[in-house]
Design a binder for this molecule. Sequence first.
Ligand SMILES: C[S@@+](CC[C@H](N)C(=O)[O-])C[C@H]1O[C@@H](n2cnc3c(N)ncnc32)[C@H](O)[C@@H]1O
Length: 383
Amino acid sequence: MTYFFIFGSHPELSQAELTSILTREHFSFSITSRRENFLLLETTTPLPDKFLTRLGGAIKYGEIIADSPSDKLQKTLFQILINHSGTGKIRFGLNAYNRETDLTKLGLTIKNALKDSGLTCRFVTSRESTLSSVVIHKNKLDQKDGFDFNLFYLDGRIQIGQTLAVQNFIFYSNIDYKRPAFDDKSGMLPPKVAQIMLNLLSDKTDSIYDPFCGSGTILMMAGLAGFSNLNGSDLSAKAVDDTITNLDWVRDRHQLNFTHTVKAADAAAISTNLKPNSISAIVTEPYLGLALTGRETPDELDHNISDLTQLYQTVFDQFASVLKTAGEIILILPEITLPRFRYRFSAENLIPKSLEILGHWVYSRPGQKVIRHIYKIVKVNKK
Ligand SMILES: C[S@@+](CC[C@H](N)C(=O)[O-])C[C@H]1O[C@@H](n2cnc3c(N)ncnc32)[C@H](O)[C@@H]1O
């Protein structure tokens, strides 16, 4: 079967997440096409139900149900709707991904042809060439008698995909805004990014450790992803309390089964409390430095950089000591992007010899003064 995936704002990162989760779950798959923001993928076995809920970086997915020459598109779509029409009113929407298409004209022609055949239907339009998740969901195009068609222009033909699910924007917003404890000062990682980071691990270990847990976003998402043993620490006692409160909340709300241990600890000295070679996976967003306003003096910026460099070097040494061989780290390092000052912390310059970089992706939002670089790092047998 062939599936399509529509990615959000970071297609490279989203593709890495998707291929990582498919690989670690032993799916046999091959990517047949990849354009700016979509990907077509063949699998030998069907993907499990609710697969999209496991991905932070894909906003929609579905199955390729037909392919058509351009001049037969209208007829093909009409035929699909006629063949699948149940007893209810048909609802359908259209999305075009890599070519401008007059979707309104196409949709209205199909709608009129269906009417002429005695079927009642509703054509859902938007001003954009694609319908948003909100529009698809509100108009129930992802439910019975609903059809959200996606047109991919590839090799002179049009691949037609039908949406199976769109990203559950309400779920992510609840994790963000309904959690009982917040940390507005240190900032919170978007839950989707936390989910992507967990999916970048090569193995789904039982235990996970976040030594800069803040208010617990990564650990909450780990609990939701099925990790059973959640461990966290933070220098701040408030962060420890916040994480415990949020983990208890997410566990009750989603009836999860994990256990958690969260303590106050300096990430630069974790080896004093943890045994060497005992941790399988660290997923973390460390302290990213001063909250920047853009009015910092060159001295303040220099201090910020040298403090962070020292913290990151020490922390990487500590991680190398407590990780098992082949244990992995998924971690964020910042890039400062002020109008007249740029600086990027590169893991290459900070890690000891026993750690090796496996991958690197960027996550940024427009206007951000600090861009996040996500690294995947493994512990190897080297001194
Ligand atoms: C960017 S925040 C992490 C936010 C977290 N990912 C979340 O979404 O809630 C960084 C955290 O690192 C903590 N921190 C700073 N220096 C630390 C250190 N040396 N050891 C442990 N935690 C530290 C801060 O208290 C803060 O909670």
